[in-house]
Design a protein around this ligand. Sequence first.
Ligand code: PLP
Length: 379
Amino acid sequence: MVDLKGQYLPIKEKINSSIATILETSAFINGPEVKAFQKELENYLGVKHVIPCANGTDALQIAMMGLGLQPGDEVITADFTFAATVEVIALLQLTPVLVDVDPDTFNIDVAAIERAITPRTKAIVPVHLFGQCADMNAILDLAKKHELYMIEDNAQAIGADYTFKNGKKQKAGTMGHVGTTSFFPSKNLGCYGDGGAIFTNDDDLAHTLRGIVNHGMYERYHHDVVGVNSRLDSIQAAVLRVKLPKLDGYCDARREAARNYSKAFEGQKSIMSPKMANHCNGSTDPYDCHVFHQYTLKITNGKRDVLVQHLSEKKIPCGVYYPIPLHLQKAYKDKRYKEEDFQVTNQLIKEVISLPMHTELDDEQIDYITTTVIDFVND
Ligand SMILES: *Cc1c(COP(=O)(O)O)cnc(C)c1O
């Protein structure tokens, strides 16, 4: 599904020498590399504050702690996503409110958010799923109208741009009160271990978050709030400093692969290529706004499961993201949920399949994969 070795080889010397420097200086924690990466990421994203932390799940938890959300507060998020988002909501004893998604973009359904808002709702967490931003125009309007916090889970879409109706462009993760990301190795900007970060333009919130990641300390050995220990280590920061300048190129390589996949699947009745959201329609290239963390198809003739099996026999990696809706997971089941409210997710879990997507895919590989998929699905 990914080719981390292939991506490492062209930058091997730089990476190895950066890591060697850290070994020599022994500045493993909070070294100068972490601060330098923080500044470079702030510049890249055009955001005032980046707070590095240990992973993308911590980033979400710390963001919610920093906003002062309290047990019983309702937090709305998507039913069709990775469990980390709902997990931290539940861990903090907030009340998760899962809602359905859009059948074409797989992103959180704005009408479903609106229906789920109650007087206890405090925050909305859109997940920019598979590399494409949720409908931020509409979600920000809703958040403003109902005075809710907006926390962007940007673990899958770092580098993506969002174009507002007024033409203004902003980087994914910087549009809400706070945004979070993950540098897990297979993410679009991956380090060589665990890593994550929180983004905000709010000076006070940034200050609060910097204390929370460091045991609630704003002054050494003075613990003003309950915090956590969540650090990006220097070796990971050094790796990320080498890869950040390449991120736009990595995004382009993913888009190129996606274009080639979609071109090959054009006209196939039972294979639906990923749809670009409306906010991309203004662009001359509709692929512009998507960074393709995953390239996810829908197989609409009931053959998804047998296709998964067939591809594994042909040694073509594939994945089903996600096979079970969060509202049906044992840990997150709740009497509040009604099946008819999750019609889209319940259908998507039967149809989606993700194909290999990374920066090193070549035309020959894509040709082999698409031919194999088309032949089997039409058979
Ligand atoms: C990967 C991911 C996370 C969690 O990131 P980790 O660094 O693995 O903790 C959270 N949300 C989404 C949508 C993700 O894809």
